[in-house]
Design a protein around this ligand. Structure first.
Ligand code: NAD
Ligand code: UDP
Length: 340
């Protein structure tokens, strides 16, 4: 089976490409390196010892997509390409709507044209908005995300639903990710955002290696057991494996539209992740408690039981694994920079 992976050089995309290759899928990647580095391609080859096809280009550009679909018989698509920084999306909403929506529309138009109607889409827990449920289950009505990034995810889910209503021969799976962290065990690939990170784990890593001075934990006066926010962290390798299960299902079903939460179902507080990171990596992190960050919800956790029931998927890696693998990655990065 030949799978087109849009955004396959990014954090989740690259881990998923590895799982695809290891499961004997043939892979074609398109990426424009707007948020990734070219050397990821070599690293995927080193890790898997397998080859794949790569096109450098913008998924918003119908002409390159048509070229890819004309040159390859593609059985299905995993669509990761998009911008993902919440704060940046507030500052540059047009850039976010343009990229995330155009990329999806161009892709779906081209897939339609070439009669390739199987797609897995990277959605997010953000589509639940500020739902009050202790655990988010797929049947909760979608909410209103507080930022343009999140809104692009709800709009794309709506587009996919409308597409399926208009043509039920499509097979569409939307995966709502919770908080992906960690890295491949090789330490060669991982989440390495440029500039000062917004997300918790990349920030912790920069403090751990001395590139940033101190982690601020945003708020310790929430209505949670230790006062800090709770999230459902998921190891990126578990997440990548979820895509293989989703694809397997996509190729077994005639057609259909599905939504699955990919999370562990276990809430972890910010303080808990910090202390776990210190313990498993045998170090002290410099951190302080600060003001709440605007827009943060106190408690976000998946109910992942549908993915277990229908995809036979559940997380296998622990919080300890996430903290160890993430730290291994940043150390390998630092060492390779020193060695350059
Ligand atoms: P990432 O930024 O690391 O990867 C996205 C990749 O897509 C990058 O390699 C980037 O260069 C590429 N890209 C972006 N726009 C493109 C375009 N128009 N044409 C070609 N390539 C393009 O992000 P990620 O963390 O791997 O996330 C992948 C997907 O999962 C995104 O759609 C994101 O919104 C979604 N998601 C991520 C998280 C998370 O916390 N990381 C959570 C929920 C959902
Ligand atoms: N967080 C924090 N300090 C940071 C970054 C994040 O305390 O420097 C907290 C944030 O308030 C949230 C959790 O860590 O409760 C996860 O934040 P992240 O941005 O990684 O993901 P989100 O769930 O907001 O998408």
């Amino acid at each position: 089976m030949k799978i087109l992976v849009t955004g396959g050089c990014g954090y989740i995309g690259s881990h998923t490409v590895i799982e695809l290759l290891e499961n004997n899928y043939e892979v074609i990647i398109i990426d424009n390196f707007s948020n990734s580095k070219r050397d990821v391609l070599d690293k995927i080859k080193i890790i898997t010892n397998k080859n794949f096809i790569f096109y450098e280009g913008d998924v918003c550009d119908n002409s390159i997509l048509e070229k890819i679909f004309s040159e390859n018989f593609i059985d299905g698509v995993i669509h990761f390409a998009g911008f993902k920084a919440v704060g940046e999306s507030v500052e540059k909403p047009l850039m976010y709507y343009r990229n995330n929506l155009d990329a999806t529309l161009s892709l779906l138009e081209t897939m339609n044209k070439f009669n390739c109607k199987k797609i897995v889409f990277s959605s997010s827990a953000t589509v639940y908005g500020d739902a009050k449920e202790a655990k988010f289950v797929e049947t909760i009505k979608k909410g209103t995300p507080s930022n343009p990034y999140g809104k692009t995810k709800t709009v794309i889910e709506d587009i996919l639903e409308d597409l399926y209503t208009s043509d039920p021969t499509w097979s569409i799976t939307m995966l709502r990710y919770f908080n992906p962290v960690g890295s491949h065990a090789s330490g060669l690939i991982g989440d390495d955002p440029s500039g000062i990170p917004n997300n918790l784990m990349p920030y912790i890593l920069r403090v751990a290696v001395g590139e940033l001075e101190c982690l601020t934990i945003f708020g310790n006066d929430y209505d949670t057991p230790d006062g800090t926010c709770i999230r459902d962290y998921i190891h990126v390798v578990d997440l990548a494996k979820g895509h293989i299960k989703a694809l397997d299902q996509l190729f077994n079903l005639e057609s259909g539209i599905k939504i699955y939460n990919l999370g562990s179902g276990k809430g972890v507080s910010v303080t808990e992740i910090v202390t776990t990171f210190e313990r498993v990596n045998n170090l002290k992190l410099n951190y302080r408690y600060g003001e709440r960050r605007s827009g943060d919800l106190p408690n976000i956790c998946a109910d992942p039981s549908l993915a277990l029931k229908e995809l036979n998927w559940k997380t296998e890696k622990t919080l300890e694994d996430m903290c160890k693998d993430a730290y291994n990655f940043i150390q390998m990065q630092k060492n390779s920079i020193k060695g350059d």
